[in-house]
Design a protein around this ligand. Structure first.
Ligand SMILES: [Zn+2]
Length: 463
């Protein structure tokens, strides 16, 4: 070991500091996973507000004395803290979210989602990964530096990432709070534990309601069936045209492209998605393209009479909610228009159709080779001991687009401890691998340490 490596801020020094703070970080994370901070409408606000207050307290303990709640109009508060940049140094914004998905028993939980437990090195509980592990990473990085930070820091912990967020409007109204040279989004993860990757794109989306009306009221399917139009059948025929026989999206005029990086692993995907043995995947072409750079359409809601108590009647009206994911560069309005036209054109039997878009959001992407992203990949490679790959994401983090609007020159680092293979985010028995969390925190800490010292950053700032 050379003297340089032992110097303050060297990888070995940072490794020691992170391993010293991790036991406390894991204690805090475990305590906070017990708080059911579901920000969805219909869930009690008290746990969400408690989680917000606990997050502020955690940041206070981590060396961010001005951490505080900022009121977000119509929404839950955002946890915010900052330390100004020393002259000439860049500012990094560390993002995570404190709200979580609900955890209904129907999902198949084998443990109580709000009684965090450690098994085989993984901490189980709703939000252990998504995204309380992201808050843990930021707290660990701040604790490792103490007063020794040589860059500007902003910390933004959102309270409504999983539901209709009001933070985007708030950010656009208060851009100074959100400007930074690089945004570090700790709400992602490696595809599997120990295999480092960085995320460079997310898909956008369109959600719309499609309704068919045919009759004034339900009528007897014996007396009227055969001539009276059944609205539910008409709607199902329309929905059936959204895909071709291979399962590829069959709506014409939609944006699509092919993923040009490494392909994602099919076996890993099958495991993570819980696709049953013998069941083929749908669609054609590279799996990465299908998941990250091409559209995908799902019917996420359908009003139909339940099978229990079904009666002999024709449906007078039917409604479905159709959700379409769109590629990172696609225009959401344009894609919504194509989908609407397709559904209207697919209506059989002259039925009347109403289509109402409810939510539209664009995708997001960042260059895998920008100076900050390169530095982040180098930090990952150093910590994990293997080359760091690049992945897209089929999901979305809407705030990213807003941040890119606030500073178009900024770069993004999207990573975290939510491994795709086992973390089970949004489903039963969510968990985070605690060794992976430590590696992620260390990579982030090395990255932040180098932001101030690396000459390439100055080039990055000028461009
Ligand atoms: Zn998340």
């Amino acid at each position: 070991m050379t003297t340089a490596e032992q110097a303050p801020g060297s990888p070995d020094d940072l490794r020691e500091r992170i391993s010293a703070v991790m036991p406390g970080i894991i204690d805090d994370l475990t305590r906070l996973v017990a708080i059911p901070s579901c920000a969805f409408p219909g869930f009690p606000p008290e746990p969400v507000l408690k989680m917000a207050a606990e997050t502020v307290a955690w940041l206070h303990r981590s060396g961010m004395p001005n951490a505080r709640l900022l009121e977000v109009p119509d929404g839950y508060p955002v946890v915010y803290g900052d330390r100004p940049a020393p002259p000439g140094a860049p500012t990094v914004l560390l993002y995570a979210h404190y709200d979580v998905q609900p955890a209904p028993p129907e999902q198949g939980w084998t443990i109580d989602p709000w009684s965090p437990t450690v098994r085989d090195g993984r901490l189980y509980g709703r939000g252990a990964a998504d995204d309380k592990s992201g808050i843990a990473m930021h707290a660990a990085t701040l604790q490792a530096f103490g007063d020794g930070l040589a860059v500007g820091i902003k910390v933004v912990i959102e309270g409504e990432e999983e539901t209709d967020s009001h933070l985007e409007a708030f950010a656009l109204a208060n851009p100074d709070l959100f400007t930074a040279d690089v945004y570090v989004i700790a709400d992602g993860g490696n595809e599997q534990v120990g295999e480092p990757v960085i995320g460079v794109s997310t898909r956008g989306g369109v959600v719309l309601e499609v309704a068919v009306n045919t009759l004034e009221q339900p009528v007897h399917s014996g007396l009227f069936g055969g001539a009276a139009p059944d609205a539910l059948l008409a709607l199902m025929r329309m929905l059936a045209t959204l895909h071709d026989d291979t399962g590829d999206v069959a709506v014409t005029g939609l944006a699509h492209s092919d993923w040009d990086g490494d392909d994602t692993d099919e076996q890993l995907f099958r495991r993570a998605s819980g696709t049953l043995p013998g069941q083929p995947l749908v669609g054609t072409g590279r799996l990465s393209s299908r998941l990250w750079t091409r559209p995908a359409i799902s019917v996420i809601g359908l009003d139909a009479p339940p099978t229990h108590g079904a009666v002999n009647a024709l449906a007078p009206r039917a409604k479905a909610v159709v959700a379409m994911r769109i590629p990172p560069g696609a225009d959401a309005d344009h894609e919504c228009q194509r989908l609407t036209e397709h559904l209207v054109a697919a209506a059989p039997w002259g039925v009347s159709v109403e289509v109402n878009p409810t939510v539209l959001w664009p995708g997001w992407s960042t260059s895998p080779n920008g100076p900050f992203v390169t530095l982040a990949r180098e930090a990952m490679t150093e910590v994990f001991g293997k080359p760091t790959g690049v992945i897209g994401s089929g999901g979305s983090i809407p705030l990213l687009t807003t941040l890119a609007e606030i500073n178009p020159a900024a770069e993004f680092v999207l990573w975290g401890a939510e491994d795709g293979a086992q973390a089970n985010i949004h489903s039963a028995d969510e968990s985070v691998d605690l060794a992976e969390l430590e590696r992620a925190a260390l990579a982030q800490t090395i990255f932040v340490a180098r932001l101030s010292s690396d000459a390439r950053m100055d080039q990055g700032k000028q461009s």
